[in-house]
Design a protein around this ligand. Structure first.
Ligand code: SF4
Ligand code: SF4
Length: 218
């Protein structure tokens, strides 16, 4: 899932400038889990906008699958409110913001209500979101026992550990496990320590040339 954090409301208000009419788009998936763009947060931003003299023409919270594929449908469902608005405030990740921009035939201003942080998983306790994938386009998980060094090693080393690890913790942040110790232990469990004998070549970042684009087979 994509982790987001709320932007300061004053900053959003400043972006809106003199625009009076606003449509709010939340996200029923990742941003609801992060408590940055669910119904509660959408209603809170609506209240703040109204207290500051804006008219909220309507709001929508596209849910699973990702907001990026649901915006068009929700615009159709809320056609009158969407037609009336002068700008959009989006409480979702950058993909949500840009989906709204792409789907608005009038190309009205879109303003992000959140900062997009990273791709994460929810831990077993259901309370901690941890970064696990940077979408590098050249995945090494098959060689590292399913543990990503690109995101979990503070230096992103493909051939670790760096030598600074202490009692299994990372030298950059002693609260965090050293990714390469985790990888070593996991490969040992799997009987695959031989994976560590070959030097991994530098990542082929040409595989993640920006902007990425892929066609969906119809
Ligand atoms: S190696 Fe790349 S694609 Fe694989 S999990 Fe790590 S960042 Fe994601
Ligand atoms: S201590 Fe481990 S996780 Fe930290 S930078 Fe070195 S190899 Fe990476």
């Amino acid at each position: 899932m994509i982790v987001t954090k709320k932007k300061e409301f004053d900053g959003i208000l400043k972006c809106l400038g003199t625009r009076k009419k606003v449509f709010i788009v939340g996200c029923g998936d990742c941003a609801t889990t992060c408590k940055t763009g669910g119904e509660e947060e959408v209603k809170e931003v609506k209240r703040l906008l109204e207290e500051n003299g804006r008219e909220v023409t309507g709001w929508a919270i596209p849910d699973s699958p990702c907001i990026a594929s649901q915006v068009k449908l929700h615009f159709a469902k809320n056609k009158k409110a969407v037609d009336e608005t002068e700008a959009f405030v989006i409480l979702a990740c950058g993909l949500g913001v840009q989906s709204v921009l792409d789907n608005d035939r009038l190309s009205r201003p879109v303003y992000a209500g959140c900062d997009t942080m990273f791709g994460a998983i929810l831990d077993k306790t259901g309370t901690i979101l941890s970064e696990r994938c940077a979408m590098c386009g050249d995945c090494v998980l098959n060689a590292t026992g399913g543990i990503c060094p690109t995101t979990r090693c503070a230096k992103g080393l493909l051939n670790g550990p760096c030598g600074g690890s202490d009692k299994g913790k990372c030298e950059v942040d002693k609260e965090k496990d050293c990714a390469w110790i985790l990888i070593y232990n996991r490969l040992k469990e799997l009987g695959a320590l031989d994976n560590l004998k070959s030097v991994r070549p530098a990542k082929d970042y040409s595989k993640s040339n920006k902007p990425g684009q892929i066609a969906i087979k119809q």
